[in-house]
Design a binder for this molecule. Sequence first.
Ligand SMILES: [Zn+2]
Length: 355
Amino acid sequence: MPVTGEQLAALNGQGPLDAALAYAALGWPVFPVAPVDLATGNCACKRGAACEEPGKHPLVRWTERATTDARQLRDWWHWQPHANVGVATGQASGLVVVDIDPHHEGDLTQKALEAAGHAFPPTLTARTRSGGWHLFYRAPEGRHVANTTGSLAGVGSTPGIDVRGDRGYIIVAPSVRPTSPDPATGAPRFGRYQWVASDDALAGAPAWAVVAVPREPVARGHLAASPSSAPEKRAAAALGAEVRRVRSAGEGERNVVLFQAAANLFEICNTGWLDEAQVRAELTEAGLAAGLSASEVSGTLKAQWHRKLGVVRPGWPPRGGPGAGAARGPLPVRRQGLGKGHLDEGGLGEGGLGR
Ligand SMILES: [Zn+2]
């Protein structure tokens, strides 16, 4: 019997270790995330009070160490009993998560997507600490699912809606993170991630959320099964694969492929496993080899970099890519633009930079 929202909701009031063990039993690789100090609201990560995203920094190199091994989970939570719970998304867990943030108009974007025929099938759903929603879907087998922030290739700009896929992670119940401080006293306030009790089970990811190019399949549980493999190696392999995709992209899709490649690789740059200058140089060379002009390449890389920083420029991502959705043009969303400092749920390694 597949797990239902009702069953997961039983974890809302449990301790983080019990919840972590329950997720592991579902086959979801888990890892500990820095908790917040309930007196001060400060993050337990290295940055402490200076941390801009308290409660979402992995305490271990999660891309290698996220695991379903109960003994390892007990060790971790014995070490950090209040640690928040992170779950690896993408092919590691078979999960794709659609993150809807109403503070960045994700609710309006959802309506616009639905009006454009992009359904949000009922599925396992969590309420985030800030009043948003995490919709958990089954990842398509053998396909790469990109982590995206505020836009999707073939769909266009999606303010307030992000997708967590391969090399991404998500914070899950019963994790606690700060919300806005009390306006009267300035005292820290907190919100808890909570499952929605419903009869719904994990549904297949809607096609619009996983617009992607087929790739070499990665074995399920791959991350957990190879804790000793070097992340540098994996990062270098990702760079090589993206460069090959850009080089072999056909006319009409190459700009979108370059845009996606830059999104994936800049994400890894954030973790420190790839050098940004090298990524730029290799993508530029590949884009030119695919027939793009130097100004097209630099424009696309610049737009992706700006988007990563939370600045959305109208007209991006570039249109004309693979998938009929590209012809539809931008979505009828009222206002574009992510708030500066829009924060992203995944793709950060240990000590990764917030955005
Ligand atoms: Zn932190």
